[in-house]
Design a protein around this ligand. Structure first.
Ligand code: ADP
Length: 447
């Protein structure tokens, strides 16, 4: 169906995707910005095309340049990685119109899940439990919003239907603040996402972030591959992820997983995807679906013993899923630390020359990275340097290996969040497992 894949991304994920392509015998085409000539996957690709200057808007987000590179290099498919164009339904449609395969869901699925109100409606219909509220868009009329919020019960959260990246949300604790918050959130949503549609749902005070990984083929086959816990967040950005989510009843997780699979079948979903939930008092509440490969997919790979990107490529080639739900088991425990180039106090990005780089190793250790000594971290992109992923037979073993790995790891020349990770793995609450989404910020505030 295709024998050459263009990888429309950079950094560790471009390398990750390239490895999976090569293992399946596929040719690869790297596209890169002028700031990224020296990335390892560019040197290792079968062909490489410069698509523009450093700013992402003029390179990795330039749809015409990427499509031109695909045509010029004979690529038959485009893998978008995560971020950039990965959840852009218009781009997915243009790829298909150009006669190429988009390695991801159908454009209609991306569009449906990009509208959080429509997504929640589809999930409710499939029997997936959702956060109370959010059935309809708010018109902007304050009296109507007051009725909707009162029916849900305060505190509530106003959210942009087209929101993403943790922006376009506002918590409202009582009726007095509702009208102003509604006006501000609508305006913010209009400016940030080009769509002022806002809805209101119940605000959960201390939930965990738990997600379910799925994969579906074009023939209607769909599987869930286990749970992940990504509660350790700073400003809604994930810092540490693990699989499985600790301390949840396996039969409850299995029920939610089965509901996610049913939802995939109903909407004709194809490819990999993630259903995100807030879990409070043992109850799951769907918040959104990510219609792409996620940064944290390695923890699922390590516990399920699968190569998710290879499966994603095979499904895109039109293959049926080669395994059934009964073949999937969760073995041991995996934890991922996102090692970022950032100032440990201000959290501002810390680009520059990496003068020294020493990555950990040993049993159960995996480091997904594009960085080595001599690498110059550009200021134009996100600050992810590496994903340190560990696996153990138990959570305790994974934690023990992670502590050793973090102690070994050395990065010179730029600032990183390695010390924050060392603190997290020594934190008694994290060690116990099951902390909520505010835990990391509380830990950092404690000094
Ligand atoms: P985005 O698409 O911007 O990532 P999400 O809907 O996934 O938005 O929400 C991002 C984060 O915001 C969640 O992980 C959670 O921390 C917080 N959040 C969202 N909805 C709620 C809610 N109803 N109650 C409490 N926190 C919420």
């Amino acid at each position: 169906m295709f024998d050459t894949v263009l990888i429309a991304n950079r950094g560790e994920i471009a390398l990750r995707v390239q490895r999976a392509c090569k293992a399946l015998g596929l040719r690869t085409v790297a596209v890169f910005s002028e700031a990224d000539r020296d990335l390892p996957h560019v040197a290792l690709a079968d062909a490489a095309v410069c698509i523009g200057p450093a700013p992402a808007s003029r390179s990795y987000l330039d749809q015409a340049a990427i499509l031109f590179a695909a045509r010029a290099s004979g690529a038959g498919a485009i893998h978008p990685g995560y971020g950039f164009l990965s959840e852009n339904a218009g781009f997915a449609a243009r790829v298909e119109e150009a006669g190429l395969v988009f390695i991801g869901p159908r454009p209609g699925s991306i569009r449906l899940m990009g509208d959080k109100i429509a997504a929640k409606r589809a999930m409710r219909e499939a029997g997936v439990p959702c956060v109370p509220g959010g059935e309809e868009a708010l018109s902007g009329d304050a009296a109507e919003a007051r009725r909707a919020a009162a029916a849900i019960g305060y505190p509530v959260i106003l959210k942009a239907a087209g929101g993403g990246g943790g922006r376009g949300m506002r918590v409202v604790t009582g009726e007095a603040g509702l009208a102003d918050a509604l006006a501000v959130t609508r305006e913010e949503a209009r400016r940030a996402f080009g769509d002022g549609t806002v809805y209101v749902e119940k605000f959960l005070g201390g939930p965990r972030h738990v997600e379910i990984q799925v994969i579906a083929d074009a023939q209607g086959g769909a599987l869930w591959l286990g749970s992940r816990d990504c509660s350790l967040q700073r400003r809604h950005q994930k810092v540490v992820e693990e699989a499985p989510a600790p301390g949840l009843a396996p039969d409850l997780v299995a029920r939610i997983g089965a509901a996610c699979v049913e939802a995939c079948r109903r909407i004709g979903y194809r490819g990999v995807g993630t259903f995100e939930f807030l879990v409070e008092d043992g109850a799951f509440h769907f918040i959104e679906m990510n219609t792409r490969l996620q940064v944290e997919h390695p923890v699922t790979e390590m516990t399920a013993g699968l190569d998710l990107v290879q499966l994603q490529l095979r499904v895109a080639m039109g293959d049926s899923l080669p395994i059934g739900q009964g073949d999937i088991a969760c073995r041991g425990h995996a934890i991922e630390c996102r090692i970022n180039a950032e100032d440990p106090v201000s959290f501002a990005p810390s680009p520059g020359l990496v003068t020294a780089w020493s990555a950990p190793g040993g049993p159960g250790i995996r480091v997904d990275t594009h960085v080595a000594a001599g690498y110059r971290m550009p200021a134009h992109y996100d600050s992810l340097l590496a994903k340190l992923v560990v696996h153990g037979d138990s959570r305790a073993e994974a934690l023990a290996r992670l502590r050793v790995a973090l102690a070994e790891m050395r990065v010179g020349g730029i600032s990183t969040n390695l010390d924050l990770h060392r603190r997290i793995v020594a934190d008694p609450a994290f060690i116990a497992g099951g902390v909520d989404i505010h835990h990391l910020e509380r830990l950092m505030a404690a000094g």
